[in-house]
Design a protein around this ligand. Structure first.
Ligand code: IPM
Ligand code: MN
Length: 361
């Protein structure tokens, strides 16, 4: 009997539904081709529902999400909703409640995709960032007092415990091992811890010692490196070829992966996975809801399709994932640009062409 996977869809706001539609199209083609089944259940969480009902994401939804094999999110955010409400109420709530403690963000420049980096090509830009996804400043521990007065004070603490650090590092080391086995080019490079331990002497020290200990004891065969986050920014631009697996805490990971997205060709192509290796994960294009492109059929669905590919890889359908990636690469060859409105193709055409190739190969 064909294996069936259940997928929760949250198309969300703005261009989210447009790119999720193309992602689903490609997923369906991949399922038919590989002989498994996908069962989608759509949820309407997002700005519209919030503006109508005042509800972001009820706890009951979290309980429902737990029953799925995986989740696929479009985008969250709306010009009429104050920043922070939907982000924390939907996206961060899901990440935390489902303990999606890994944010996996590949930074890979595909052929025929433009990078702003001079003299760098697909061979140079091919690494992954593992961003710890549940701790640090995102735990929102802190507060404010005397707000609105000249004496106001605000704090927001960077909080990490050893277990949270260790489980993230474990994932990173394991991924590094896998990549090394796959490609000698990767094996020649170190796994890099990124932090700011020259200033963040408590959290940075915790991460660094945990990294060194785990590396030394459990992965002595893997080369290790360490970069301060400010320096890592420079190297991402100047020498991206130095990186293979970079692992970092939550806020630094948030910041450097936007830079990563840019050097791989922009938000049109950058995908990410919020992964709970023991539970339910959620995949998403890194771009936002892009109100100005909404409903025009001009947004690039490539990042969403890439997220769909990562989803299949994570649930164990690696061959189907590879088929999607090959089709993405082939269609990218035919596109004029990966920027919204400049692709030389519409949103639906990109999806159609990738789905066709997935079905044929
Ligand atoms: C991201 C986003 C989110 C984050 C926001 C929208 C809460 O920037 O996924 O990188 O900061 O994690
Ligand atoms: Mn971000």
């Amino acid at each position: 009997m064909a294996k069936t996977y259940t997928i929760a869809l949250i198309p969300g706001d703005g261009t989210g539904p447009e790119v999720v539609r193309e992602g689903v199209k490609v997923l369906n083609a991949a399922a038919v081709k590989a002989g498994f089944k996908l069962e989608f259940t759509e949820f309407d969480f997002g700005a519209e529902r919030y503006l109508k009902t005042g509800e972001t994401l009820p706890d009951s939804a979290i309980e429902e999400f737990k029953k799925f094999d995986s989740m696929f999110l479009g985008a969250i955010g709306h010009p009429d909703v104050k920043p922070g409400i939907l982000e924390t109420g939907i996206l961060l709530k899901t990440r935390f409640a489902l303990d999606q403690y890994i944010n996996l963000r590949p930074v890979r420049l595909y052929p025929n995709v433009e990078t702003p980096l001079k003299d760098k090509g697909p061979d140079d830009i091919d690494f992954v960032v593992i961003r710890e996804n549940t701790g640090g400043i995102y735990t929102s521990i802190g507060g404010a007092t005397r707000v609105g007065t000249p004496d106001e004070i605000a704090t927001q603490l960077m909080v990490y415990d050893r277990r949270t650090v260790d489980r993230c590092l474990k994932y990173a080391f394991e991924l590094k091992k896998k990549r090394n086995a796959k490609n000698p080019k990767y094996a020649a490079k170190p796994i890099t811890l990124i932090h700011k331990r020259n200033v963040l002497t408590h959290c940075g020290d915790l991460w660094y010692r945990a990294f060194e200990e785990m590396g030394e004891k459990q992965y002595p065969e893997l080369k290790r490196d360490y970069n301060h986050v400010d320096a890592a920014n420079m190297w991402f631009v100047k020498n991206p070829e130095w990186f293979d697996v970079a692992v970092t805490e939550n806020l630094f990971g948030d910041i450097i992966t936007d830079l990563g997205a840019m050097i791989q060709g922009g938000l049109g192509v950058a995908s990410g996975g919020n992964i709970n290796p023991e539970g339910v994960s959620m995949f998403e294009p890194m771009g936002g809801s892009a109100p100005k492109y909404t409903g025009k059929n001009v947004i690039n669905p490539m990042a969403a399709i890439g997220a769909a590919m990562m989803m299949l890889d994570t649930i164990g359908e690696s061959k189907a994932a590879q088929g999607i990636e090959a089709a993405m690469i082939a269609v990218m060859q035919k596109m004029k640009s990966q920027a919204a409105g400049q692709m030389g193709m519409s949103t639906t055409e990109v999806g159609d062409q990738i789905a066709d190739l997935v079905a044929k190969k």
